[in-house]
Design a protein around this ligand. Structure first.
Ligand code: URP
Ligand code: ZN
Length: 457
């Protein structure tokens, strides 16, 4: 007897699109086939709908600090929105905000904040904030603990978050040798700081000045430098939120040279552009890197199709309008980040698949399979295969919804995508065989999400 059977759906994985049924027992996929005849406790008829692996968002910031306050979500409210939009796994960050804590303690603290809260499964990239040899010694132990991915900031020295080049060199070396992956927030710190001084002197601190202050060289120089360092030590490098055509040119140059680099872009670089800074409340779109030109956006879609970018994330960071407006619109006093957890599937489907930019199979690869492979979850998640977790999303390709911030079950009171007409908001989100969202109602229990121990293979 099956616990759940999903019948008559169009199964889409990175390789196939095929009408079939899926049987589930104890949270795992046990059968995939045409016209399965098994009895089941629960039946979902997915006729006319697509059935895809649960979305994996490899880059979110939940309850993120800014000047002593926090973004407007906690692990419960953020993951309700994730489930609403079909995301069944997320990776957030264990940032060493308290420099007195070891990396292990920082990770344990973040795990304890999220356990008992999240509705979906999750893990953390560990993020050192000190450029000290003692930290390098810790990286291998963290990988052994089941957290094989890291992030280092190449900017934000003023906030005490930056890793210097020595730290990048030794970090990439150590993590690469131990079978982990080290990601970077690639922005040149000194150019950013110099430009900020110029903006302050000239009084050019409006939202429209922000993409000029952090123009493409800020990212490209950092991508170039860290790529060189990575090649030198044979590291395993991940570029978070790549946003520029120049950054892509560097990746194209490195491809095929043996330099192990994987890159992500974010949904906002694919669906929004720098003209948003000139709109009413344009400062609310401040995020780092900034939204870019249409030319960069076209280059990113091209980079996806050339296999230079293999994952798409949200970089969700949901500051409410009150905090977004707290700097009176000045770019250097506005908290960075856009609220968008749960939006990967509707946005990539509408802007990518429906506009003919990518196939639906490529979409599955970009928003699920590749993140599972890159971050050590592929034996369990990111695909629909017998033995895998039954993390499954069902959506009707014809249904359209006009995006409204209050539709998302979070505490964030605005959306950068307000008013966009989007397809692929799911009918069902299933996590380890349990329906956690049905027809717009999130019904997954608070705290059912599990912390995932990961291993990159
Ligand atoms: O603008 C962005 N990406 N904000 C995310 C949070 C951070 O400070 O990295
Ligand atoms: Zn981020």
């Amino acid at each position: 007897m099956l616990d759940l059977i999903i019948k008559n759906g169009n199964l889409v994985t990175k390789d196939i699109t095929k009408k079939c049924d899926i049987g589930i027992i104890d949270g795992k996929i046990t059968q995939i086939g045409e016209n399965l005849r098994e009895d089941a406790k629960e039946v979902i008829d997915a006729s006319g709908e697509y059935v895809i692996p649960g979305v994996i968002d490899p880059h979110v910031h939940i309850h993120h600090p800014f000047k002593g306050k926090y973004s407007a979500d906690d692990f419960y409210t953020a993951t309700r929105a994730a489930a609403f939009g079909g995301t069944t796994t997320f990776l957030d960050f264990a940032i060493q905000w308290d420099k007195e804590l070891s990396l292990k303690e920082s990770l344990e603290k973040r795990i304890s904040q999220s356990e008992g809260e999240a509705i979906i499964d999750f893990g953390f990239h560990v993020c050192p904030t000190k450029s000290e040899p003692e930290i390098i010694g810790e990286l291998g132990h963290i990988i052994d603990m089941g957290a094989p991915s890291f992030k280092m900031y190449m900017t934000y020295s003023k906030q005490g978050r930056m890793s210097d080049d020595g730290m990048l060199l030794y970090g990439l070396d150590a993590v690469g040798k131990k079978g982990g992956i080290l990601g970077v927030h690639a922005e040149n710190d000194s150019i950013s700081l110099f430009r900020e001084k110029l903006s302050i002197e000239s009084g050019n601190l409006e939202a429209t000045d922000f993409p000029i202050a952090k123009d493409n060289i800020v990212e490209a120089e950092a991508v170039n430098r860290v790529s060189y360092i990575n090649k030198y030590v044979n590291g395993n490098l991940y570029i978070f939120h790549l946003s520029t055509k120049e950054g892509l040119d560097i990746l194209a140059r490195e491809k095929g040279t043996g330099n192990r680099i994987t890159a992500e872009t974010c949904i906002h670089y694919l669906c929004l552009d720098d003209s948003y800074y000139g709109k009413e409340n344009g400062h609310r779109y401040i995020c780092s890197p900034p939204l870019r030109s249409k030319e960069d956006q076209d280059a990113l879609w091209d980079g996806i199709n050339k296999g230079l970018i293999t994952t798409i994330s949200t970089d969700h960071c949901g500051f409410p309008t009150e905090l977004k407006d707290s700097g009176n619109g000045k770019y250097n006093a506005t908290p960075n980040g856009l609220p968008s957890i749960g939006m990967l599937l509707p946005l990539v489907y509408t802007h990518g698949v429906c506009r003919g930019r990518i196939s639906i199979n490529k979409m599955v690869e970009l928003i699920s399979t590749n993140a599972a492979k890159t971050f050590g979850m592929y034996s369990q998640k990111g695909d629909i295969q017998v033995g895998y977790d039954a993390d499954i999303v069902i959506f009707n390709p014809d249904r359209e919804i006009e995006m409204k911030a209050d539709m998302m079950p979070t505490d964030v009171d605005w959306s950068p995508y307000e008013g966009m007409v989007l397809k692929a908001f799911p009918t069902y989100t299933i996590s380890r065989g349990q329906v956690i969202m049905e027809k717009g109602n999130v019904i997954g229990d608070r705290g059912r999400g599990k912390y995932l121990k990961r291993k990159i293979i």
